[in-house]
Design a protein around this ligand. Structure first.
Ligand SMILES: [Zn+2]
Length: 349
């Protein structure tokens, strides 16, 4: 994992092609009479890291990941909550490889996308985007790159749609469009093959023959923008996150002040076990407090009355399954720990 600067020199952006092909989306500043740009993408940073040392074919593939904060200028009319913002964090990676490794590396990314999206229960559609008008490189490079991506998709048996002319300016790409519970789709993950940047930045590795060769570069994100992914997740679950994801997993309620200390003991046991819990100790009616917790989509509510206190139990209420009866605290804790560990989805909401 690497971390590269937010602000980089104009000459770097000219070399990467962003200056000619992406300028309208970038922010600029002047420092000591020199032009700088705030990074709209993490690629040039990763390239500089690659260039810090000599690479042998034995070192490749080299996978550099960066949770990179990028800024892109968007017209204010198209900004929309967390869905479209001007600054966001990408779960970015740049993979430098031998031409013979393209298929395996792209396949690896496709498998990773599948694994990550499945955890949340998302279905997704795949699109292959080809050469746009405003782009760099030869037709031959574009054809080779596009064929390599199609080949990796075919190898995984994935069906996909072709988007003519929708590739990045430096190479063709595979896009993954998530389908949320309302049937809307969101473009999140991408894998972009790139023969151009290695050329522009004169990247090399020493081959088996002892000579210098040009590596191929892959740009990939899985979630895309972390902020946007959280927005999509929130809408997908309509706020009712599965227990393992819920910011508050359990809320504890004493019925009267007399059980407040017991409720706090329950809370600290939960917290010690790493469960995200709170206790509602306000002097309000229990029905009112439960209604509030329901509205906040807290998965589990534990009511601790006189009877539970003397028996060392908790009365469990689930936001979707309702009243589940009283169980010993230890039993509730091992159940919820298993639910969290298995990243179970909540079918009841
Ligand atoms: Zn990149």
């Amino acid at each position: 994992e690497i971390r590269t600067p937010l602000i980089m020199n104009r000459s770097l952006w000219e070399r990467s092609g962003h200056w000619d092909h992406y300028r309208e989306n970038m922010y600029f500043t002047r420092i000591d009479d020199v032009d700088y740009a705030v990074k709209p993408m993490n690629c040039p940073g990763a390239i500089l890291v690659y260039r810090t040392r000599l690479h042998s074919y034995r070192d490749l593939p080299l996978r550099l990941c960066e949770m990179g904060l990028v800024h892109r200028h968007e017209l204010s009319g198209v900004l929309h909550g967390l869905m479209r913002v001007r600054a966001f964090t990408q779960d970015d990676a740049h993979i430098f490889m031998l031409p013979s490794q393209i298929r395996d590396e792209v396949t690896g990314v496709i498998e990773m996308v599948d694994r990550f999206y499945s955890v949340f229960g998302f279905r997704y559609k795949v699109e292959l985007s080809t050469r746009p008008e405003n782009s760099m490189g030869s037709d031959e490079d574009w054809e080779t790159a596009t064929a390599a991506l199609a080949d990796a998709l075919a190898g995984r048996g994935l069906s996909y749609q072709v988007n003519e002319g929708d590739g990045a300016f430096y190479g063709p790409k595979i896009d993954f469009h998530l389908e949320d519970c309302l049937g809307r789709t969101w473009q999140c993950g991408t894998v972009q093959l790139d023969f151009q940047m290695p050329e522009k930045f004169d990247l090399t590795y020493i081959g088996e023959d002892g000579h210098r060769h040009r590596p191929v570069m892959v740009h990939r994100v899985i979630f895309g923008s972390i902020e946007r992914f959280i927005a999509i997740l929130t809408e997908h679950f309509a706020g009712a996150f599965p227990t393992w994801l819920a910011p508050e997993q359990v809320r504890v309620f004493p019925i009267t002040d007399r059980q407040a200390a017991y409720a706090q003991g329950v809370l600290s046991s939960l917290e010690t076990a790493g469960i995200r819990a709170t206790a509602d100790l306000r002097n309000e009616k229990i029905t009112y407090k439960i209604r509030e917790a329901q509205r906040a989509h807290v998965p589990y509510m534990l009511v601790t009355g006189e009877r539970e206190m003397s028996a060392g139990t908790v009365a469990v209420r689930h936001r979707g399954r309702g009243d589940l009866g009283a169980v010993p605290l230890a039993e509730f804790m091992s159940e919820i720990a298993r639910e969290i560990a298995e990243k179970k989805r909540d079918e009841s909401v």
